[in-house]
Design a protein around this ligand. Structure first.
Ligand SMILES: Cc1cc2nc3c(=O)[nH]c(=O)nc-3n(C[C@H](O)[C@H](O)[C@H](O)COP(=O)(O)OP(=O)(O)OC[C@H]3O[C@@H](n4cnc5c(N)ncnc54)[C@H](O)[C@@H]3O)c2cc1C
Length: 489
C-alpha cells in the first residue's frame, strides 16, 4: 500500500508555468505541492525553446496570449532579480526586405501599439544597419521592440521551484500522474509510484499531456497539436554577431525562423515548426537544419555552419483554438491549462497570477504569508567574477579553484552548489551551470561531473544518469575500474 498525502492545492507539471504557479501559491498559508514525472523540474517543453521574452506584438489583440505575454514581459525584471536568473532586454527586431514585407511589418507595428507594447519603432535601412551591421543589406526596414528580452528558461523554472520550496511548498519529482478521480470533496490522484495524493484544488499544467489529464477529470478536451521546433547553437566565439533577436515576418503557423542571441552569450538559430502526430519526437534532422540555415543566412549572411556546436528540438503544445486555454472542472476547483504554446515562457508569471485569481474565484482562501521570502540565494557564476572576487570566493571555498568544465570555466564549487539546489543528474548539472555546454560538449568534464554527483548524493557512480530513467552513463564493466581507484585529474 502506497502513502496518501493531502494538500490544499496540487499542480501537475513542473515546467516554467507549473513552477511559477507553485511559487505564487507559496505566498499564502496553504499546503501546495507540485507533481512532476521527470527526475527534475523544467525538463518538458521548458528545457528546449528559444528563451525569448516576447514584447507582445505578434499575437492578436484581446487574446490570452497577448494579455498574458504583455503582462508577463513586464514582470521579468523583478522576477529575475529576485530569483537571480540571468535576463537581458536585448530587444527584438522584425525585418522586411521588400515592399510586401514592409506592409506586413507595419501591420505588426499597429497591432503592437494596440496590444500596449511600449517603445515600438519602425527603423529605416540606415538606422537598422547602424544598430545591426551584420544584417543582410537586402533588409530595408525593421520593427524594433526594445522590451523584448532573453532568459534561461530551465534556470527560471528550477529557480521558481527552489524558491517555492524555500517558502514551504513541496515538489515531488519522478511522480507520474496515472489517474485522477473526485470523491465529492477532493481530487484523488494516483501515481506510478503507488502513492496517492489528494487535493481540494487541482491545477493541470502538464504541457503536451494536459489534454490527456483533463480528460481524466471528465473534461471534453480537444487534442493538443504537437509541433516540433529544431534549434542550432553556435560557439560562444560568434555570440555577438547580432544584439537584437532577429525575426523575419511571420508564417501562418509560427513566428518564423530566427537569429537569437542567448543570455549566456551563444547565438542560436531556429526553430522550425513541424506538426507531428506524436509528442515525443525531439530529433533534429538534416532537412530541419537546411531549412533553418538557409533562412537565417538570408538575415545574417556571416553565419557559418562550422561554428555550430550542438542542436536540439522541442515540441510545442500547439493549441487547438490558437490561444491559451483555461478550462475548468468540478466547479472551478479543477483548472486545466492547455495549448500553452509560444509565448508561454513569456506569459508564465502572468499565467500564474491569472490562475491564482481563478482559484480564488472558486473559493481558494489562504492568508498571505508575512514571512514569504521572494529571494533565492545568489548563484556564484565564477567566470563572470573579477579577479579580486574570484580570490575571495576561493578563499571561502577552495572548490571554486578547481575548474571542471574547461570550455566554459565551470568550477567544482558551482557544480556542488547546483547539486545542493536540486540537480540530480548530469543534465541537471549542465543546465544549471553550463558544465558540458561548450565546444567539446562534455567530452572532457562528464566523467568528473559523474564522480562529483556520486560523491555529493552518496551513491555509486553507476547509479548516476544523464537525464533520469535508464540513461545511465556507466556500464557494469566500469565497476572494476572504479574499484581500482576511479578517476583522477
Ligand atoms: C521550439 C520552441 C521554441 C519556443 N520558444 C519560445 C520563446 O522563445 N518564448 C516563449 O515565450 N515561449 C517559447 N516556446 C513556448 C514555451 O517553451 C512553452 O510555452 C512553455 O515552456 C510551456 O511551459 P509548460 O510549463 O506549460 O510546459 P512544460 O515545460 O512541458 O511542463 C509540463 C510538465 O508536465 C510534466 N508532466 C506531463 N505529464 C505528466 C504527468 N502525467 N504526471 C506528472 N508530470 C507530468 C512534464 O514532464 C513537464 O515537465 C517555445 C516552444 C518550443 C517548443
Amino acid at each position: 500500500m502506497g502513502k496518501q498525502t493531502h494538500y490544499d492545492v496540487i499542480i501537475i507539471g513542473g515546467g516554467v508555468v507549473g513552477t511559477a504557479i507553485l511559487r505564487t501559491l507559496a505566498r499564502f498559508r496553504l499546503a501546495s505541492a507540485l507533481l512532476e514525472k521527470a527526475v527534475e523540474v523544467g525538463w518538458g517543453v521548458t528545457k528546449a525553446n528559444s528563451g525569448i521574452v516576447h514584447s507582445g506584438f505578434h499575437s492578436d489583440p484581446g487574446t490570452w496570449k497577448t494579455k498574458l505575454s504583455v503582462r508577463g514581459n513586464s514582470m521579468f525584471d523583478e522576477l529575475c532579480d529576485e530569483l537571480d536568473v540571468p535576463f537581458k532586454r536585448n530587444g527584438m527586431m522584425m525585418v522586411a526586405r521588400n515592399p510586401e514585407e514592409e506592409e506586413i511589418l507595419h501591420r505588426y507595428y499597429h497591432q503592437g501599439l494596440e496590444n500596449g507594447v511600449e517603445g515600438l519603432e519602425i527603423l529605416d535601412k540606415q538606422t537598422l544597419h547602424q544598430l545591426e551591421p551584420n544584417l543582410s543589406q537586402e533588409i530595408t526596414q525593421a520593427l524594433r521592440a526594445p522590451s523584448g528580452g532573453i532568459v534561461l528558461p530551465f534556470e527560471l523554472a528550477s529557480a521558481q521551484a527552489e524558491n517555492a520550496m524555500a517558502n514551504g511548498a513541496h515538489v515531488h519529482t519522478e511522480v507520474e500522474v496515472t489517474g485522477i478521480s473526485h470523491d465529492g470533496a477532493k481530487f484523488v490522484i494516483t501515481t506510478n509510484t503507488g502513492d496517492t495524493f489528494t487535493a481540494t484544488y487541482l491545477v493541470n499544467s502538464a504541457g503536451l499531456f494536459a489534454d490527456e489529464l483533463a480528460r481524466m477529470c471528465g473534461v471534453d478536451a480537444q487534442p493538443i497539436i504537437p509541433r516540433k521546433g529544431e534549434e542550432y547553437l553556435f560557439d560562444l566565439r560568434v555570440g555577438k554577431i547580432v544584439n537584437h533577436t532577429i525575426f523575419p515576418v511571420p508564417t501562418p503557423n509560427s513566428k518564423g525562423i530566427l537569429v537569437i542571441p542567448t543570455v549566456e552569450g551563444n547565438l542560436m538559430i531556429g526553430p522550425t515548426a513541424l506538426e507531428l502526430p506524436y509528442k515525443d519526437d525531439v530529433t533534429t534532422t538534416a532537412q530541419g537544419f537546411d531549412e533553418i540555415f538557409t533562412s537565417t543566412q538570408r538575415l545574417v549572411p556571416k553565419l557559418n555552419r562550422r561554428d555550430i556546436i550542438t542542436s536540439f528540438a522541442g515540441v510545442r503544445a500547439g493549441s487547438p483554438t490558437g490561444d491559451f486555454i483555461f478550462q475548468t472542472s468540478h466547479g472551478g476547483k479543477g483548472l486545466h491549462l492547455m495549448g500553452i504554446e509560444s509565448p508561454g515562457l513569456t506569459a508564465a508569471p502572468a499565467i500564474a497570477e491569472h490562475v491564482l485569481g481563478m482559484l480564488q474565484d472558486a473559493g481558494l482562501n489562504g492568508p498571505i504569508k508575512q514571512d514569504f521570502n521572494p529571494r533565492r540565494p545568489r548563484v556564484i557564476r565564477f567566470n563572470e567574477l573579477t579577479d579580486t572576487e574570484k580570490e575571495k570566493v576561493i578563499q571561502a571555498n577552495p572548490l571554486y579553484a578547481h575548474v571542471i568544465c574547461r570550455c566554459e570555466t565551470i568550477t567544482e564549487g558551482e557544480i556542488v552548489d547546483a547539486i545542493r539546489r536540486g540537480a540530480k543528474t548530469v543534465d541537471g548539472v549542465k543546465f544549471r551551470t553550463r558544465a558540458g555546454m561548450g565546444r567539446c560538449q562534455g567530452g572532457f568534464c562528464t566523467p568528473h561531473v559523474v564522480s562529483i554527483l556520486a560523491r555529493e548524493l552518496g551513491v555509486s557512480p553507476l547509479e548516476i544518469t544523464k537525464r533520469g530513467g535508464d540513461s545511465h552513463l556507466l556500464a557494469a564493466e566500469a565497476k572494476a575500474f572504479l574499484k581500482g581507484g576511479g578517476l583522477h585529474d
